[in-house]
Design a protein around this ligand. Sequence first.
Ligand code: GDP
Ligand code: MG
Length: 206
Amino acid sequence: MKIQSAEFITSIASYAKYKEVSCLYDCPEICVVGRSNVGKSTFINCITGRKKLAKASVTPGRTRLINLFDLNKKTLVLADLPGYGYAAAPKAEKTKWAELIESYLSGSEKLKRVFALVDIRHEPTALDKQMLKYLYAYNLPFTVVATKSDKLSKSRIAKSVQTISASLAVGRDDIIAFSGLTGNGKEKIESELDSVIADLQSESPT
Ligand SMILES: Nc1nc2c(ncn2[C@@H]2O[C@H](COP(=O)(O)OP(=O)(O)O)[C@@H](O)[C@H]2O)c(=O)[nH]1
Ligand SMILES: [Mg+2]
């Protein structure tokens, strides 16, 4: 699915507010998770073709809210989750983010696919691994996206994907090397979106 239209719906600071807002639409949801600065906003801007839809920031840890976007006129709703692992954040704030992310991931019935972003240049962090465990525990279908692939040569990309695959115990074919700069991997993401919609049609009652 190519994203033809993408519109910001609203920002959400609490799970209660999410419940209120998500009642107003009736389509599957996808979300983007990853540590702060991994490239979530850039990923969203790239796949939607809208350079400024999600604010990409040079200051990490700025997104404290869940931002919801309408894709292709309520074909899908995309949730941009606050990034984890921002060391400089005050502890109380970290706890608040964790609560929001956890209640969303465990509670959203509309959520059909999680795009878990990791930096292709680094071994997944402890928090990345924790996130993956969490996704397994809650039985949430996910796709690992290895961002910033433009920073590596082709052979280094293959090696990194191998490392990430081993570290997260995820099949190599289930990891998409991606660059928001060059658009590498964008088509694969688009076919993942197709499969989200196809899965949904096959599970709906006749
Ligand atoms: N070279 C390169 N830089 C990227 C890419 N994606 C993100 N960045 C840079 O990484 C920083 C954080 O990106 P951002 O999208 O704001 O990350 P977020 O905190 O996860 O939303 C910014 O300086 C981006 O320009 C990418 O694919 N390639
Ligand atoms: Mg962001």
